[in-house]
Ligand binder design. Structure first.
Ligand code: AHN
Ligand code: ZN
Length: 335
């Protein structure tokens, strides 16, 4: 019995010393990171249930593929929703040319909070659905459209909920533009003659070359697939090249808001997405919040990417919340 007590005592002292030493080393070595930084949420609470219903409302039209009736109806719904919330809304229509020569009747939707403020932040996401589930595990689905609950509706759902919170709270003094890009996902499928990076992000290409007179934003944040189950948002490569300070700002805000675990401070992929033309043509430093699944067999964008399973059943409110609350944190720490 005495021996047992002795062993336990030594083990406890040992652990105590180890923990103490470890603590000292970690807090003295590390400066700028989360270990010495406080979790300090600011701004209104992002309601993930509400964002989820905005995703569902878009999906109820069916896949919002270019030139379809569902696409047309969904555009009207997005415009009406932002207006109802109190934003000023403009549309930018254009006939764009798909890789296969199809004329794509495209509508970018721009909703503004505090339209008169001169300091502005750009939030953006695409709202169209991919016409082909060309990454589905079952090749019989490759020519079926994608519902795009995640790859389409999620970014718009998060933006509408942020807009609603800003209009309700009214405390944010800067302006925010919510730009809903069309024709992002009409990029070359594997059966096209050749793969063409330029076939993606057509609405963002058009917007960034046809900006409103004198338009300026401090920086931009693109949301792409921000509602998937098990999503983690690693740092995207092109974002780091064009706007590394914004990457740091957003990943730090995620930690401060209490969602650091969704935003690992590690590198993910390098993605051709709507943020590329915004950086290159509009010259607005813009990052992409896009998931990275290092261990997923189907795709590093996650198991449902460009499959018929990208539906409401595979969205997770907790992911929507992590991204939405992080963005509110970013906006409310801006001056
Ligand atoms: C490419 O596959 C070249 N880019 C992915 C952009 C994308 C598609 N984001 C969502 N859907
Ligand atoms: Zn896509």
């Amino acid at each position: 019995m005495k021996i047992l007590i002795g062993v336990v005592a030594i083990a406890m002292i040992g652990t105590g010393i180890y923990t103490y030493k470890n603590h000292i080393e970690r807090t003295t070595e590390v400066e700028d990171t989360e270990e010495v930084e406080k979790v300090q949420p600011v701004g209104p609470s992002f309601n993930a249930d509400s964002a989820f219903t905005y995703c569902a409302a878009q999906c109820e039209f069916g896949p919002r593929t270019m030139n379809s009736e569902a696409h047309e109806k969904c555009a009207d719904w997005i415009v009406a929703k932002f207006k109802q919330i109190g934003c000023e809304v403009k549309t930018q229509k254009a006939d764009l040319q798909g890789f296969d020569g199809t004329t794509l009747k495209s509508t970018n939707i721009i909703a503004s909070y505090n339209p008169k403020a001169t300091t502005r932040i750009l939030l953006c996401a695409h709202w169209d659905s991919r016409p082909w589930a060309d990454n589905d595990p079952d090749s019989a689905n490759h020519h079926k459209p994608v519902m795009a609950a995640n790859d389409g509706a999620s970014g718009i759902g998060v933006m509408i909920e942020i807009a609603r919170q800003l209009q309700k709270d009214k405390k944010l003094k800067i302006g925010v533009d919510f730009v809903c890009f069309d024709a992002e996902d009409y990029g070359t499928p594997y059966w096209a003659d050749h793969q063409d990076d330029n076939s993606w992000a057509l609405g963002a290409q058009y917007w960034s070359k046809n900006l409103p007179q004198g338009y300026e934003a401090r920086y931009g944040i693109l949301l792409d697939m921000v509602g998937g189950q098990g999503a983690k948002f690693y740092r995207e490569g092109m974002s780091q090249q064009y706007a590394n300070a914004i990457v740091k700002k957003v990943w730090r805000a995620a930690y401060q808001a209490g969602y650091g675990s969704y935003f690992p401070k590690e590198d993910g992929g390098m993605i051709t997405d709507d943020h590329i033309p915004v950086n290159q043509n509009a010259q607005i430093p813009t990052i992409d919040i896009i998931p990275y699944y290092p261990d997923c067999q189907q795709s590093t964008f996650g198991p449902t990417w460009h499959t018929v399973s990208d539906d409401m059943k595979h969205l997770d409110k907790a992911t929507l919340k992590a991204v939405g609350q992080t963005l509110i944190q970013v906006l409310y720490t801006e001056e």
